[in-house]
Design a binder for this molecule. Structure first.
Ligand code: AQP
Length: 335
């Protein structure tokens, strides 16, 4: 199918911290699965990452590394557009127009904002952290996106995007496609290995809470071995009663395509140690070719830089009609 007849898919990840098996389960593997059915834009959302202060030198390197990881995981750069958000000024321009149609009340309700600002005072909370869901709405709406594959933690932000799109379409006439979310059945919310009540996050200061896609096999094995479970004998899939074990089964299912319940039956008479051993081997084996491809790509930085430039040019061209239409409908004089 040619891109002209395919529905548009947009998704992105912030280049902060280390990509983890949570991002693989909740986002990346679904991108790979969907890339040939949709006209895909995969963005490295670098402007989102600075809502938390980044070290400039590390940040630049990480952006390139994320591009290499997108490709290494299986995104075909010939079929999809891979680009850096900051290279396409239309994202920030549309954000301002949407900001003036978004409400403080609705942004204040975002649970991620509440979680990330817990224990902080207004004097130390950046405006960017508060406003970041509007930038996310601009990312999505600029491309007339139909499908947004994300993990469960982004559900509320996607709902806000839909609300803003509906509101703007109502006030100014049809401008934006109202996007749908794609949430995987298994792996939409992978939890921290040491604290399964919390989501696995790539900027977690405790590296034992996550398995990074680029961790060495020995580190992966060690982190899985140390994951918090419980003392109940045997394996069952009970997310509420046994969150640590359920998390391991969810990760296992995300890597093999099996359902966590079926896996629990297979391991019913075995213990946590056996489950952890096998899960670690599944992850190590699945990520070995990814890591090899990644290291090869990082030896060809010129290729990555050229690819990102080309992706940004194509994305900017595609974004402009929607941006211009929004200005025009809001009554701005044409430039
Ligand atoms: N633990 C997770 N399980 C499943 N999916 C996840 N995603 C993130 N964590 C998990 C999905 O990955 C995509 C990119 O996320 P993001 O980096 O743009 O934002 P985030 O959700 O704020 O990720 P982190 O890891 O928590 O970021 P940091 O720690 O750097 O602030 C999204 O589709 C998300 O759902």
């Amino acid at each position: 199918m040619s891109h002209e007849t395919q529905p548009v898919l947009f998704s992105g990840i912030q280049p902060s911290g280390h990509l983890t098996i949570g991002h693989y389960a909740g986002a990346l593997r679904n991108w790979v699965r969907l890339q040939h059915e949709y006209d895909c834009l995969f963005c490295i959302v670098d402007l989102h990452a600075i809502t938390v202060r980044q070290d400039p030198a590390t940040f630049a390197e990480r952006c390139l590394s994320f591009a290499a990881q997108y490709i290494a995981v299986g995104i075909d750069p010939q079929a999809s557009t891979i680009f850096l958000q900051s290279h396409v000024p239309a994202h920030t321009e549309l954000t301002w127009l949407l900001n003036c149609n978004a409400y403080v009340g609705e942004l204040s309700r975002m649970t991620q904002f509440k979680a990330k600002t817990q224990g902080k005072t207004d004097k130390t909370i950046g405006v960017g952290l508060f406003d970041y869901p509007v930038l996310m709405a601009a990312d999505i709406l600029l491309y007339q996106t139909q499908l947004v594959p994300v993990g469960a933690d982004q559900k509320q932000h996607l709902e806000l995007t839909r609300d803003i799109a509906i509101r703007m379409n109502h006030h100014y006439g049809p401008l934006f496609t109202v996007p749908e979310g794609f949430f995987p059945e298994v792996g939409a919310r992978i939890m921290s290995l040491q604290d399964p009540a919390n989501k696995m996050s790539k900027s977690d200061p405790n590296a034992n809470n996550y398995v990074a896609l680029l961790d060495s096999p020995e580190t992966m094995r060690k982190k899985i071995r140390r994951a918090v479970t419980d003392a109940t004998p045997g394996i069952t899939y009970e997310p509420d009663a046994r969150p640590g074990v359920a998390n391991l089964l969810n990760i296992y299912g995300a890597f093999t395509g099996e359902s966590p319940a079926a896996l629990a039956e297979r391991y019913a008479d075995k213990g946590n140690a056996a489950l952890k051993h096998d899960l670690a081997e599944v992850i190590v084996e699945a990520l070995q070719p990814f890591q090899q491809r990644y290291h090869d790509l990082m030896t060809n930085r010129d290729y990555l830089v050229a690819l990102l430039r080309q992706g940004a040019q194509s994305a900017q061209q595609r974004a402009l009609p929607t941006l211009r239409a929004t200005y025009e409908r809001m009554g701005f004089l044409p430039a």
